[in-house]
Write a protein that binds this ligand. Structure first.
Ligand code: CP
Length: 307
C-alpha cells in the first residue's frame, strides 16, 4: 500500500490512528474561514458504485470546505462501465483528472485493488461487507470526545454483525486500543464472522454472545446499533425473517447507565425508535457531524497539510 492509502483498519497502527484523531481535533479548532484555502487547486474523485448519503456528501463537503474541488459519480449506471469498460481502465482514466480517489464499491477488496493499480492515494469509502475505515475513524473520534478514552469501555454491537463493514472495521480498531470485552447481539443467522473473533492479541478478548438487546442495555458503555441490510442478503426470504429483530426505544433505556452512548453509522430503518433521539444517550447525529470533521482530517493527511 502507498503511504496515503486508507483501505483497512487492519493496515493501521494505533499511532497511525492517533494522527487522524489529532488532526480532526485540530480541524475543529481552526475557524472555517482559515481552512478554506488549505486544499486549493486539489481535485478529489468521488467514485461511488454503491448508494451513500453521508459518506459521499461529507467527503465532498469536506473537500469544498478546504477549498478543493470534486469530480465523480454516485452510481455505476452513470459511468462507461455500464458500456463495458473495465474497472482498471476507469481508475487509470480518473488518474488523469484528480489528485485523490475516494471509492465505494459493493465488492469486497475493490478499494485495495484500486490502490494497487493507481499511483494516486486511494481512500476506501466502504467495500462490500469488508471495511469502512473512514466510518471507523469518525466513530473513534466520537468515542474519544464522549469518554476521553477507548481502552476499558464495554461495547455492545447489535444487529447485522455478519455483513456490517462498520462493525468489522470498528471491532478491529477497538482491539488495537486494547478493548478486551464485547457483547455481540444478533440473530443466529447474522453472527460476527469467526475470523474477527480470532484476531491475534497479547491479551485475552472476551465475546459475550446473546440474541437479546435487553442484555446489552445495563451492560454497555456504548451500544453500536446497525441496520439489518436488505441489500446484502442473497435470499430475501431470509431477510424477511430477521428484519425486525431489534427496535430500541426510549423506555428500554431506563435501565441504562447514565453515561451510555448509542452509536449508529446510519442510515437507520426501524432499529432505533425516534423517541431515542431526544434522550442524552443518542450520539448518532453527533457521529454525522464528526464525519465531516474527520473527512477533512483524512484529506489533509493525504495532502500532507500540517495544521
Ligand atoms: N454510514 C454510512 O456509510 O452512511 P452512507 O451509506 O449514507 O454513506
Amino acid at each position: 500500500m502507498k503511504k496515503h492509502d486508507l483501505i483497512s483498519m487492519h493496515d493501521l497502527t494505533v499511532d497511525d490512528i492517533q494522527i487522524y484523531l489529532n488532526t480532526a481535533a485540530r480541524v475543529e479548532e481552526i475557524p472555517l474561514k482559515d481552512r478554506f484555502t488549505l486544499l486549493q487547486g486539489k481535485i478529489m474523485a468521488s467514485l461511488f458504485f454503491e448508494a451513500s448519503t453521508r459518506t459521499r456528501l461529507s467527503f465532498e463537503a469536506a473537500m469544498y470546505r478546504l477549498g478543493g474541488n470534486v469530480i465523480g459519480f454516485a452510481e455505476q449506471a452513470a459511468t462507461s462501465i455500464s458500456k463495458g469498460e473495465s474497472f482498471s481502465d476507469t481508475i487509470h482514466t480518473v488518474e488523469n483528472y484528480a489528485d485523490v480517489i475516494v471509492i465505494r464499491h459493493p465488492k469486497e477488496g475493490t478499494s485495495r485493488h484500486a490502490a494497487q493499480i493507481s499511483y494516486l492515494p486511494v481512500i476506501n469509502a466502504g467495500d462490500g461487507t469488508n471495511q469502512h475505515p473512514t466510518q471507523t475513524l469518525l466513530d473513534l473520534y466520537t468515542i474519544v470526545k464522549s469518554f476521553k478514552k477507548i481502552e476499558g469501555l464495554r461495547i455492545a454491537f447489535v444487529g447485522d454483525l455478519k455483513y456490517s463493514r462498520t462493525v468489522h472495521s470498528l471491532l478491529q480498531a477497538l482491539i488495537k486500543f486494547r478493548v478486551n470485552e464485547f457483547m455481540l447481539v444478533s440473530p443466529d443467522s447474522l453472527c460476527l464472522p469467526e475470523y474477527l473473533k480470532r484476531i491475534e492479541t497479547d491479551f485475552p478478548v472476551t465475546f459475550v454472545e446473546t440474541r437479546h438487546l435487553e442484555d446489552a442495555i445495563p451492560y454497555a458503555d456504548i451500544i453500536y446499533m446497525t441496520r439489518i441490510q436488505r441489500e446484502r442478503f442473497p435470499d430475501q426470504i431470509e431477510y424477511e425473517k430477521v428484519k425486525d429483530s431489534y427496535c430500541l426505544n426510549a423506555k428500554m433505556l431506563k435501565v441504562a447507565q447514565n453515561t451510555l452512548k448509542i452509536l449508529h453509522p446510519l442510515p437507520r430503518v426501524n432499529e432505533i425508535a425516534p423517541d431515542v433521539d431526544e434522550t442524552p444517550h443518542a450520539e448518532y447525529f453527533q457521529q454525522v457531524k464528526n464525519g465531516l470533521i474527520m473527512r477533512q482530517a483524512i484529506l489533509l493527511y493525504v495532502f500532507e497539510v500540517q495544521l
